[in-house]
Write a protein that binds this ligand. Structure first.
Ligand code: ATP
Length: 421
């Protein structure tokens, strides 16, 4: 099946029109434009991928500006890297200039110069990610496969483009394991040899903690993060993130449990982050001071950093308090200000049925019990602002937790009675 037929079978007409429009703008500017990387790989695998990477031979910046204008979309330029991002409806379209990369020192970011498609594809991690598809009207949806990526896709293998690949950029070691796991592929013989060689010389040591954290974070987006993490561990890749992972053993629960728990908790905690739960689980056996150090060194993605450190700071302490709670209201009082990720951590790491029951009662039932009235209602009803407002609201919750149903008026009456006592 041709690429053109594949793309028509996979995407809506409006999506195809968008790609065509972006291609036409390039053509009018006498530029050659392509979609590259994961988009093309996934297209050949017949999987939709809405992360569009556009690469042009020439300067991507004026081109991206023009596309932004024509689409009436926000365009963000990153002048330093000659890249740009366009935010169009719910899509992010990335633009880059075809470039050649030279690695001064292994593990560091490369020195970059403008070049052509051949060099741009050659600088990529694996042959399956080194294909492009032309989008200009002279060559609509035509595959550019200079390094036999399509054959490697068909043969289910991960193959580097040159022998120094893993040394130049050891993050590719993590990527190789990730893609092999995602697609059920194997490492081609020479790739495996270079992979082992890079590990033998501890190549990941040259990576910053931030880059390793970014790779771990990507693993949490995969279908089965915990299996993938254990593969990283089998290859000895996790210890470069933190020394404690020399002895890391695979957690006894599966991804399914984390995922089911997150879905279950979403009802009462809509802001819960599954990603943050994974990070908190991963870091839960590392001493607090070292987690702080990781966070200060960008070893935790910004998007989850605060939730993860809050969960790690509180879960053990709260679990201890929970052990002695007797009534539902006591459980409520202990857990009411706990972040949802800490609740999840307590549940996942529990070692007694008692803790499991208490957490479940809270996340499924107690957390949704709230007064109808607010602090402002109480002030309007003549109650003086101050700590008593919180106490009154807690008392109303306590009654509700005991099973007493209250209307709004009954809540205000109850508040007045409490105030008079
Ligand atoms: P995913 O489906 O996980 O998003 P992707 O292939 O789109 O996979 P990205 O990390 O978004 O992965 O990278 C986009 C493209 O950039 C890749 O397909 C690859 O061509 C190139 N690339 C990314 N990281 C590297 C790297 N470390 N070394 C070389 N090329 C890379």
């Amino acid at each position: 099946m041709s690429l053109s037929m594949k793309i028509q079978g996979l995407y809506s007409q409006s999506y195809l029109d968008l790609l065509t429009k972006i291609g036409n703008i390039a053509y009018d500017m006498e530029l050659k434009a392509y979609t590259v990387g994961g988009f093309v790989r996934d297209l050949l695998l017949q999987k939709p991928n809405y992360d569009i990477d556009i690469m042009v031979e020439g300067d991507a910046l004026p081109y991206a500006v023009k596309v932004g204008q024509e689409l009436n979309a926000e365009c963000k330029l990153v002048e330093r890297f000659h890249t740009a991002h366009i935010y169009y409806k719910d899509l992010t379209i990335d633009f880059s200039s075809a470039r050649k990369e030279y690695y001064g020192r292994p593990g560091e970011l490369p020195i970059v110069s403008f070049s052509n498609i051949k060099d741009d594809l050659y600088r990529r991690d694996f042959t399956i990610n080194a294909m492009a598809m032309s989008i200009t009207p002279d060559k609509p949806f035509e595959l550019v496969d200079l390094y036999k990526g399509n054959l490697d896709l068909a043969e289910k293998r991960i193959k580097i483009l040159h022998p120094r690949s893993f040394i130049d950029d050891p993050s590719r070691l993590y990527r190789a394991v990730r893609f092999a796991d995602r697609f059920g592929f194997y490492l081609e013989a020479n790739t495996e040899y270079q992979f082992d060689k890079a590990l033998c010389i501890n190549a990941p040591k040259t990576l910053s903690i931030k880059r390793i954290a970014a790779e771990i974070d990507k693993c949490f987006q995969e279908k089965n993060p915990l299996t993938l993490l254990s593969k990283y561990q089998t290859y000895g890749l996790l210890k470069y993130y933190h020394k404690s992972f020399i002895e890391y053993s695979h957690p006894t629960f599966s991804f399914g449990i984390v995922s089911a728990l997150t879905t279950r908790m979403k009802r009462n905690f809509p802001q819960i982050s599954e990603n943050a739960i994974f990070w908190a689980l991963l870091l839960s056996n590392i001493p607090e001071a070292e987690v702080k150090q990781l966070q200060n060194n960008s070893g935790l993605p910004h998007s989850v950093g605060n939730q993860v450190s809050e969960a790690l700071d509180t879960w053990a302490n709260i679990e201890n308090k929970l052990q002695i709670a007797k009534t539902n209201f006591e459980i409520y009082k202990i857990l009411k200000d706990t972040c949802p990720e800490a609740l999840a951590l307590i549940y996942l790491k529990r070692n007694s049925k008692d803790i499991e029951n208490k957490i479940c009662i809270y996340i499924d039932k107690l957390a949704s019990i709230k007064p109808i009235i607010t602090g402002n209602d109480l002030i309007e009803a003549g109650i003086k602002p101050g700590p008593q407002i919180r106490q009154i609201l807690d008392k109303i919750v306590e009654k509700k937790i005991e099973g007493i149903e209250l209307t709004r008026k009954e809540e205000i009456d109850l508040a007045r009675t409490i105030q008079n006592i």
